[in-house]
Design a binder for this molecule. Structure first.
Ligand code: COA
Length: 332
């Protein structure tokens, strides 16, 4: 496949990324996100994904940087992902250059795009990204353990849940979570105009494994592609809680591990506990080796969820409180 030229700036040439650039992209990616990098797994998918633009920068033929974006929200928004610069080139403004070139190219290709969104771990450095507005912050809890230890971890969580419910006098009957298997039910739920307020969606979006998507018709196809397993308390038709997990995928952590992302929406701790148990049970047949579980949730849930998960010998918390930030800026 011949490389498609995009432009040049600051001594760099820019090209659309191709499947055969994979090894070079991986060569600049060592250690990114402390081993949690999704790109080794996603790169090939990105190459054919509809409405995605992935650009690489080269100097004297050598790969220097990569940036990618997915056009969502009915063509109005580009969600930027994957930004990285070759370690020896960092600190020289290359990230700024590739972002400007990508913005220009995206505007040419998709003139309707007027907003750029991205998610990142923790707050940007002062001065960096000053043109961005912070739309939301989500709390994140990370657990890790060997796959075979998760069965007893979940059993322990169930025992704890029973005892909490007895003490607090709440019962799961009042708080029933249902698996949303029916596409139509799920779509009706997601397209309900007051979903965002009821679930306090961060910045009015569903952040699926770091990808913010407005709950709107044109994004349903993207969510469907991800083959997520959704839960919600739909006993009344105005659910106050919703969650899903993204199928675990391989990451470089610890010489090769699986990453499982669970996203929780709504502030009911009782439902959040149940959702965690259910998602871990659902995923049990898919996990092996070392597993990193990242649970993203409203800040109000974090302390309660951490307490709920502590005390197991095999599955332990990794690191402390951290945040997923959701940022936006207008594209000129
Ligand atoms: C983060 C990283 C891409 C920064 O690249 P860099 O070329 O060293 O960054 P510099 O500080 O020299 O460049 C500054 C420019 O990049 C932008 N920038 C820096 N870090 C950024 C980030 N995480 N997201 C978006 N833009 C960023 C700055 O806003 C600035 O833009 P400007 O020139 O328009 O003002 C680079 O350190 C890297 O590859 N790190 C590992 C991967 C990673 O952590 N990616 C972050 C994804 S959120």
């Amino acid at each position: 496949m011949e490389a498609q030229y995009v432009g040049e700036s600051d001594g760099l040439t820019f090209w659309l990324a191709r499947p055969q650039d994979y090894d070079e992209v991986m060569a600049i990616s060592h250690g990114i996100y402390a081993g949690n990098d999704y790109l080794p797994h996603r790169y090939k998918i990105w190459m054919t994904e509809k409405n995605r633009v992935t650009i690489i920068a080269r100097r004297d033929g050598k790969l220097m940087a990569l940036e990618s974006g997915l056009v969502v929200d009915g063509g109005k928004t580009i969600v930027m992902e994957g930004l990285r610069v070759c370690p020896t080139e960092r600190g020289r403004g290359v990230a700024g250059v590739i972002q400007r070139v990508t913005d220009r190219y995206v505007k040419q290709l998709y003139p309707s795009v007027n907003t750029k969104r991205l998610t990142r771990r923790d707050a940007p450095k002062p001065g960096h990204m000053s043109k961005f507005t912070i739309l939301a912050r989500r709390a994140a809890l990370t657990l890790t353990g060997e796959a075979e230890r998760f069965k007893s971890f979940v059993l322990g969580l169930k025992t704890k849940l029973d005892s909490i419910e007895k003490t607090e006098g709440s019962t799961t009957i009042n708080h029933q979570l249902v698996v949303l298997k029916d596409d139509q039910k799920l779509e009706a739920l997601l397209l309900n105009p007051d979903l965002s307020t009821r679930l306090q969606l961060p910045g009015g979006a569903i952040i699926q494994d770091w990808q913010p998507l407005k709950p709107m018709e044109s994004n349903l196809e993207i969510l469907r592609r991800r083959k997520l397993t959704w839960l919600a308390n739909i006993s009344n038709d105005k659910p106050t809680f919703m969650s899903f997990y993204t199928h675990p995928y391989p990451i470089p952590f610890n010489g090769g591990s699986l990453r499982l992302n669970i996203d929780l929406y709504g502030e009911d701790l009782c439902l959040a506990r149940q959702a965690l148990i259910t998602h871990l049970e659902q995923v049990m047949g898919e996990i092996h080796g070392t597993v990193l579980v990242h649970i993203y949730m409203p800040q109000a849930l974090w302390a309660g969820m951490r307490k709920f998960c502590e005390g197991d010998e095999g599955v332990k918390q990794l690191g402390d409180y951290w945040e997923q930030m959701f940022l936006e800026r207008e594209m000129s």
